[in-house]
Write a protein that binds this ligand. Structure first.
Ligand code: ADP
Length: 334
C-alpha cells in the first residue's frame, strides 16, 4: 500500500514526543531537581500516598512537560494534561477535577495564566481535595461541595514569581530548571541521534550543543535540521561542515542566538542606543508579545551576559555591541 503524505512526513510535534526521556534515569542533567524529585516520589511510594503537589519553573523547552510525564510514569499513575490558557472558566476546571481518578497526576502547563476564579478553585482542590460546584444562577444559585480523590497537581510555569502566593504555597515541592551545560546538551544530542537512528560525529554534536541556547528542545530541533541538511545538500554525514552549514541556513549564530535574539539586541543597541528601555517598548520594537520577550528571549540573553535587567529597564551589555560588530558607546566614566 502506498504511504499517505502524513506517514511520509511526520510533523514536528510527534518528532519531539518520540525523543522524550521516559524515566528519571534517562533524563539528562538537572541533577539537583532530579535528586529532589526522586526523593519526593520514593517517599510517597514508601508511604503509600500520592506525592505532594509539584511546581516546575524555568524557561521553555527545558523539560517541564517531560518531567510531569516521568512523574506519572514513575508512580504508575494516569496523567491528565491541560494548561492555564485552555481553562477559560472555573467550570472547565471543575469538570476536569471532578473526573480525576484516584492518584491521577494533573499537569497544568503555563499555570500562571489561569484565570483568577479557576486559580482559587485549584488551590482549594489542592489543599482540601474538594471542589465547590455552583449550580444555577443568580439568587437561586447554590454551591455543592464535591469531594475529590487524592491527586497530584504538577504545575509548570516559566517564572515561579508570576504565581500568586496562595497558589504557590500549595505546592510541596518547587523545582527550578536552569539552562543546560554544553556537555549535558551533547548527551541529549547523542541520545536523540541514537533514537532517530542517525550517526552524528563528535564535532557536530559539540557544535549543535554549544549553539542550542542551553535548551534540549532546541538541541533536538537543530539536530533534525542538520540531519535534513546533510541528507539534502550534504554527503549524508552529520559532520562539522554539515552542522555549520545547516546552522547558517537557519540563522543560528556562533553563540546560538537566532534571528529574534539578534533583533532584540539590535533594537537595544541601535534604536534605543543601548537603553535602558522599558520591556513593553522593546517588545513593540521587535513586533513580539511582552511575554515572549520576557520568558523566551531574555533569560538566555541575560545569562550569556548580553542583556541587563535594570530597575529602569533593559540595557545592552558591552558583549551585545561586540557580538553585533558594533562599537559600544563610551561609558559614563569614560
Ligand atoms: P518544557 O515543558 O519545559 O517546555 P519539554 O518537557 O516539552 O519542555 O521538553 C522539550 C523537549 O526537550 C522534549 O521533547 C524532550 O525530548 C527534550 N528534553 C527536555 N529535557 C530533557 C532532558 N533532561 N533530557 C533529554 N531530553 C530532554
Amino acid at each position: 500500500p502506498s504511504l499517505t503524505s502524513a506517514e511520509q512526513a511526520p510533523p514536528e510535534r510527534p518528532a519531539e514526543a518520540a525523543l522524550r526521556p521516559r524515566g528519571l534515569a534517562e533524563f539528562v542533567g538537572q541533577q539537583v531537581v532530579r535528586d529532589q524529585l526522586s526523593l519526593v516520589l520514593d517517599a510517597a511510594t514508601a508511604r503509600g500516598r500520592s506525592p505532594e503537589h509539584v511546581l516546575l519553573s524555568g524557561p521553555p523547552g527545558l523539560g517541564k512537560t517531560t518531567l510531569a510525564m516521568i512523574i506519572a510514569a514513575e508512580l504508575g499513575a494516569p496523567l491528565r494534561i491541560t494548561s492555564g490558557p485552555a481553562i477559560q472558566h472555573a467550570g472547565d476546571l471543575a469538570a476536569i477535577l471532578s473526573s480525576l481518578d484516584e492518584g491521577e497526576v494533573l499537569f497544568i502547563d503555563e499555570i500562571h495564566r489561569l484565570a483568577r476564579p479557576a486559580e482559587e478553585m485549584l488551590y482549594i482542590a489542592m489543599e482540601d481535595f474538594r471542589v465547590d460546584v455552583v449550580v444555577g444562577k443568580g439568587v437561586g444559585a447554590t454551591s455543592i461541595p464535591l469531594d475529590l480523590p487524592p491527586f497530584t497537581a504538577v504545575g509548570a510555569t516559566t517564572r515561579a514569581g508570576l504565581l500568586p502566593a496562595p497558589l504557590r504555597d500549595r505546592f510541596g515541592f518547587i523545582g527550578h530548571l536552569d539552562f543546560y551545560a554544553p556537555e549535558e546538551l551533547r548527551e541529549v544530542v547523542r541520545r536523540s541521534a541514537a533514537r532517530l537512528e542517525i550517526e552524528v560525529d563528535e564535532e557536530a554534536a559539540v557544535e549543535i550543543s554549544t549553539r542550542s541556547r542551553g535548551t534540549p528542545r532546541i538541541a533536538n530541533r537543530l539536530l533534525r535540521r542538520v540531519r535534513d541538511w546533510a541528507l539534502v545538500r550534504g554527503s549524508g554525514k552529520l559532520d562539522l561542515a554539515a552542522a555549520r552549514e545547516a546552522l547558517r541556513v537557519y540563522e543560528v549564530d556562533a553563540r546560538g542566538l537566532d534571528r529574534l535574539d539578534r533583533a532584540v539586541l539590535a533594537a537595544l543597541c541601535g534604536r534605543f542606543a543601548g537603553g535602558p528601555v522599558g520591556l513593553s517598548t522593546l517588545a513593540v520594537a521587535v513586533g513580539e508579545e511582552i511575554e515572549t520577550v520576557e520568558t523566551m528571549i531574555e533569560p538566555y540573553l541575560v545569562r550569556e551576559g548580553f542583556l541587563l535587567r535594570t530597575p529602569r529597564g533593559r540595557a545592552a551589555a558591552p558583549a551585545a555591541w561586540t557580538h553585533l560588530g558594533l562599537e559600544a558607546p563610551e561609558g559614563p566614566e569614560g
